[in-house]
Design a binder for this molecule. Structure first.
Ligand code: ZN
Ligand code: ZN
Length: 535
C-alpha cells in the first residue's frame, strides 16, 4: 500500500526503490502493487522498469488477470513499445475503453495513424479521451483534414471537447492554413468557454499567423489578460514569417519591458526576422545578447540564422567563420544556407565547396545537385555535368512533390504539379494559357533555372508553368469573387518563376495574393511581394 501511495503521488523513484526493497526482503508484491507501479511507469514513460515488472510477473508465475493485463498494455503503449502492447491487447477479451484508448494514443503518438484508426473504429464505446487521441494523431501526422472531419463527428454526437481536444483541432487548422476554418474554430472556442485560456489563446496566435492573418493574431494577443513567453514568442514569430521585421523587434523589446524572459525559441524568431530583412547589425547584437545577457547557449538553429543573415548580406567570409568556429558540426541546413548565399552572390568556388558538404550529409539534396550542375555547366566541365546527371538518374532523385491548397466556398482544393485530376482541369489550363499570354505582354518569360530533370528547354518551360501554385491560382481566378484576396498554401518553397508570376498577376489582375510556403508568407500586391524578393 505504501508503494501505491508513492505511485499516486508520482514519487516514482521512491516507488521503484521500495519495490526493490520488497524484493530483497522477499516480500511478494501482489497484483495491486504491481499494477500501481506499472501505471507509474506508463506515466513516466519508463520502459525498462515496466519490462522489469513484467519479467517479475512471469518469473513468479503470477496470474495475469484482466486488471494486470490492462496495466501492462497501457504501460507498453505509453512507452511506445507497440508490438508488445498489441500482443497483450489481442489476448484481451473483452477490451475496455481505457485500454483501447491507450492503444490509440500509443499508435497516434508514433504517427501510426492507420493502426490507431483500426482500433478506434473497432471500439464499441468511446469517450472524449479516445476521440482526442485519434484527433491529435491526425493533427500531428500532417492529416489536418481528417482531424477536422473527426471533430465534426464529435460535435454531431454532442460530446463537448476539452482543452486538449481544442488544442489539437486548432493546430490542425494551423497546419491546413485555411483562414475560414481558422475563424470558425475561433468562434467555436469562444462560444464554448475557452476564450480565457492562456494555452488556447497562444495556439490561436500561432494558427492565425500560419493562416496568413497577422491582423487577427494581433487581435488575439491584444485581448489576452495574461501573456507568457509562448504568447510573446508566437507574436514575434508571426511577424517574422510575414516579413515584418520592425514589429518583430518592437515586440521583442516590449517583451523584455514586460519582464518576460525570452527563451531559445524566441531568439530563433527574432534572428529569423533580422536575416530576412537584412538587419545585420541588429542580428549581431541580438545574437551576442542571447549569450551574454540571457545565458542561452546557441543551438544549430541560431547559428543557422546567423549564417543566413551574414550570407544574404554578402558577408560570406564572416559567415564561413561562424561555420568554422561553431562548437559542433554544421548540419545540412547550415551548409544549405551558406550554399544559397553563394548562389545569390555568384560565388562559384565556395558554392561548389558547400554544395559538396551538403551532398555528403544529404546525397539527394536537389538544391545542391542543381547548383553543382549549373556551376559545372557554366565552367564547361561537361564531363562533371554528365557524371552528376548519371548519378541523379541512378539514385532516382525523388523530389517531394509540390502541392498547393486553396479554399473557396468552404471547400479545400488541392493541386499537384501538372495535375489534371480536378473536375475543372480543362478550364484551369485554359485560364493558365490566357494568363501566360497576358503576362508575356508585361515582359514575363518562364524561368527554368530551378528545373532539375534532364529535359529539353521546351519541356522544362511546361513543367515550370504547371507548378501547383499556378494551377491553384488559376482556379482562384476562375471561381473566386472579383477582387477578393486569393490565399494559397504550398508545401515547398516557391520557385523563382512562380514568385515572378505571382507578382505580375497581382499587378495585371489587380488581385491581392497571399501564399504560405514551407517557411514563410508572401503577400503580393501591385506587382510587389512583402518578402522584397528575399526568401
Ligand atoms: Zn514554381
Ligand atoms: Zn515573396
Amino acid at each position: 500500500m505504501v508503494v501505491n501511495s508513492y505511485c499516486q503521488s508520482e514519487l516514482f523513484d521512491d516507488a521503484l526503490e521500495l519495490f526493490e526493497e520488497m524484493k530483497r526482503a522477499n516480500i511478494e508484491a501482489d497484483k495491486f502493487v504491481l499494477s500501481g507501479i506499472l501505471s507509474a511507469c506508463a506515466r513516466a514513460g519508463n520502459l525498462d522498469c515496466g519490462k522489469a515488472i513484467h519479467d517479475y510477473i512471469i518469473q513468479k508465475e503470477l496470474v495475469i488477470d484482466a486488471h494486470l493485463r490492462c496495466a501492462l498494455v497501457t504501460m507498453y503503449a505509453s512507452c511506445g513499445c507497440m508490438d508488445m502492447a498489441q500482443q497483450l491487447y489481442d489476448q484481451m477479451k473483452p477490451k475496455n475503453v481505457v485500454v483501447s484508448t491507450a492503444m490509440v494514443s500509443g499508435y497516434s503518438r508514433l504517427g501510426r495513424v492507420k493502426d490507431a484508426r483500426l482500433i478506434f473504429d473497432q471500439m464499441v464505446e468511446k469517450d472524449l479521451v479516445s476521440w482526442s487521441a485519434m484527433i491529435s494523431g491526425y493533427a500531428e501526422s500532417d492529416q489536418p483534414q481528417e482531424a477536422l472531419r473527426l471533430f465534426k463527428e464529435l460535435q454531431i454526437l454532442g460530446i463537448r471537447p476539452d482543452q486538449v481536444t481544442m488544442l489539437s483541432v486548432i493546430s490542425a487548422c494551423a497546419n491546413l492554413g485555411v483562414l475560414d476554418k481558422a475563424k470558425w474554430i475561433h468562434v467555436y472556442a469562444d462560444k464554448n468557454g475557452f476564450g480565457g485560456s492562456l494555452r488556447i489563446n497562444n495556439a490561436l496566435i500561432d494558427m492565425y499567423a500560419k493562416c496568413g492573418s497577422l491582423e487577427r493574431a494581433r487581435n488575439v494577443f491584444g485581448k489576452m489578460t495574461s501573456r507568457n513567453v509562448i504568447s510573446w514568442t508566437g507574436m514575434i514569430n508571426a511577424f517574422a514569417i510575414h516579413g515584418d521585421a520592425n514589429n518583430a523587434l518592437r515586440y521583442f523589446q516590449k517583451m523584455k519591458e514586460a519582464r518576460v524572459e525570452p527563451n531559445g525559441v524566441t531568439f530563433v524568431g527574432v534572428l529569423y526576422a533580422c536575416s530576412h530583412a537584412g538587419l545585420v547589425e541588429d542580428g549581431r547584437k541580438i545574437f551576442a545578447s542571447m549569450i551574454n545577457e540571457h545565458n542561452i547557449t546557441p543551438k544549430h538553429e541560431h547559428y543557422g540564422c546567423m549564417v543566413d543573415l551574414l550570407g544574404r548580406a554578402n558577408l560570406l567570409r564572416e559567415a564561413v567563420e561562424i561555420v568554422e568556429t561553431m562548437p559542433f558540426a554544421p548540419n545540412v541546413v547550415i551548409w544549405g544556407s551558406l550554399m544559397s548565399a553563394c548562389q545569390i552572390h555568384g560565388e562559384t568556388e565556395l558554392g561548389e565547396f558547400t554544395a559538396k558538404r551538403v551532398l555528403e550529409l544529404e546525397p539527394d539534396h536537389d538544391g545542391a545537385l542543381v547548383l553543382l550542375s549549373n556551376i559545372y555547366a557554366k565552367e564547361r566541365k561537361w564531363q562533371n555535368v554528365g557524371d552528376l546527371r548519371q548519378l541523379m538518374k541512378e539514385r532516382g532523385i525523388s523530389k517531394e512533390r509540390g502541392c498547393s491548397r486553396i479554399e473557396l466556398n468552404n471547400e479545400v482544393h488541392e493541386f499537384l504539379v501538372a495535375d489534371r485530376n480536378h473536375k475543372q482541369a480543362y478550364e484551369i489550363y485554359e485560364k493558365l494559357n490566357e494568363v501566360v499570354c497576358r503576362l508575356k505582354l508585361d515582359g514575363y518569360a518562364p524561368n527554368t533555372g530551378c528545373v532539375l530533370v534532364d529535359l529539353e528547354e521546351e519541356e522544362k518551360r511546361e513543367v515550370v508553368l504547371w507548378h501547383s501554385e499556378k494551377l491553384a491560382l488559376c482556379y482562384g481566378l476562375i471561381n473566386g469573387a472579383k477582387g477578393s484576396c486569393i490565399r494559397i498554401v504550398k508545401n515547398l518553397r516557391v520557385c523563382e518563376d512562380c514568385h515572378t508570376f505571382l507578382k505580375l498577376v497581382s499587378k495585371v489582375y489587380r488581385r491581392e495574393i497571399i501564399v504560405r510556403d514551407r517557411t514563410r508568407f508572401h503577400h503580393y500586391r501591385d506587382g510587389v511581394c512583402s518578402c522584397r524578393d528575399y526568401w
